[in-house]
Design a protein around this ligand. Structure first.
Ligand code: CAA
Length: 257
C-alpha cells in the first residue's frame, strides 16, 4: 500500500517506518496515525518481518500531535475520531519495535516513542510533554508511561512545566537504552533490530510480552505469567535446536516454531 505521510521499507527481516512530514517536524495528524496503524498491521502480518524500526529525521522524531489540525476540535470530534487509539496499536504488536529518535521527541511523538519497546537516541534528542503549554495534558500515554520511565517526581516536573530533557538525562534515567552520535543513530537502531531479528522468533515474542507485563501485573501474577511462557517454549523446535546447538558448540538455526 502506498502512503503519503510515512515511508515504509522492508530490509530483509526489518520493517522500517519513517515519519515523513519534515516541514512540520513530523507532527502527527490523523492521516499520519491512520497510515502508521495500517503500516504496523501490514508489517505484523508479514512473516518475513521480525523487528520494526520507527524513525523521523535528524531534526525531529516528531514534535507531537498536529496542533493546527486539533485546535478547533470539539470533545465529540475527538471522541468520534478517536485517533489517539492508533497509539494503542503499538502496544498490541507481537513483534519488537524500536524507536530511533533524533531531535525533537515531544508530546504525541514522545508518547509514540515510549509505546515502542526500545528507544535508541541520538545525542541531539530532546524529550518532553509540552501539552501543558497548550492548555491540555498528554493524551496518548504521557502521564502513564513517563512516570514509569523517569520516576514520579521528574516526570511530574516535566509534565507540569512542559520542559524538555536531553538525551543524556534520558539515558541516565532509563528512558532510552543508548545515546549515539546523530550520524549513526539510525544505523545503530537497525543493527540492534537485526540482532533481535536473528533470535528465535517465538522466544522473542514471549520475552517481549513478559517484559511488558511488568507494567500491568502484580509481581506474583507476572512471575506466574513468565513461568507458563517459559514452560510453553519447551514445546517448540527452537528450544530443542537452541539447547542442542549450545551443547554441540555450533550456531543455532531457528525455525520460528
Ligand atoms: N503541530 C503542528 N505543527 C507543528 C508542530 C505540531 N506539534 N510542531 C511544530 N510544528 C510546525 C511549526 O508550526 C512550524 O511550521 P511553519 O514553518 O509553517 O511555521 C514548523 O513545524 C517548524 O516549527 P518551529 O518554527 O516552531 O521550529 P522551532 O525550531 O522554532 O521550534 C519546537 C521547535 C520547540 C518543537 C516547536 O515547534 C514546538 O514547540 N512545537 C510544538 C510542540 C508541542 O507542543 N507538542 C505537543 C502537541 S499536543 C500533543 O501531542 C497531544 C497528545 O498528547 C497526543
Amino acid at each position: 500500500m502506498a502512503f503519503e505521510h510515512i515511508l515504509v521499507t522492508i530490509e530483509e527481516a526489518l520493517g522500517l517506518i519513517q515519519l515523513n512530514r519534515p516541514k512540520v517536524l513530523n507532527a502527527l495528524n490523523r492521516a499520519v496515525m491512520t497510515e502508521l496503524g495500517q503500516a504496523l498491521a501490514d508489517l505484523e502480518a508479514n512473516d518475513a518481518v521480525r523487528c520494526i524500526v520507527i524513525y523521523g529525521n535528524a531534526r525531529a522524531f516528531s514534535a507531537g500531535a498536529d496542533i493546527a489540525e486539533m485546535q478547533a476540535a470539539t470533545p465529540v470530534d475527538m471522541l468520534r475520531q478517536n485517533w489517539i487509539a492508533q497509539w494503542e496499536r503499538l502496544r498490541q504488536l507481537t513483534k519488537p519495535t524500536i524507536a530511533a529518535v533524533s531531535g525533537y521527541c515531544l508530546g504525541g511523538g514522545c508518547e509514540l516513542a515510549m509505546a515502542c519497546d526500545i528507544i535508541i537516541a541520538s545525542e541531539s534528542a530532546q524529550f518532553g510533554q509540552p501539552e501543558i503549554n497548550l492548555g491540555v495534558i498528554p493524551g496518548a500515554g504521557g502521564t502513564q508511561r513517563l512516570p514509569r520511565a523517569l520516576g514520579k517526581s521528574r516526570a511530574m516536573e516535566l509534565i507540569l512545566t512542559g520542559k524538555f530533557i536531553g538525551a543524556q538525562e534520558a539515558l541516565a534515567r532509563g528512558l532510552v537504552s543508548r545515546v549515539v552520535p546523530v550520524e549513526v543513530y539510525l544505523e545503530e537502531a537497525k543493527s540492534l533490530a537485526r540482532e533481535i531479528a536473528a533470535k528465535a522468533p517465538v522466544a522473542v515474542q514471549f520475552a517481549k510480552e513478559c517484559v511488558n507485563k511488568v507494567f500491568e501485573l502484580p509481581l506474583g501474577e507476572g512471575l506466574e505469567y513468565e513461568r507458563r511462557h517459559f514452560y510453553f517454549l519447551f514445546s517448540t523446535e527452537d528450544q530443542r535446536e537452541g539447547m542442542r546447538a549450545f551443547l554441540a558448540k555450533r550456531p543455532a538455526e531457528w525455525k520460528g516454531r
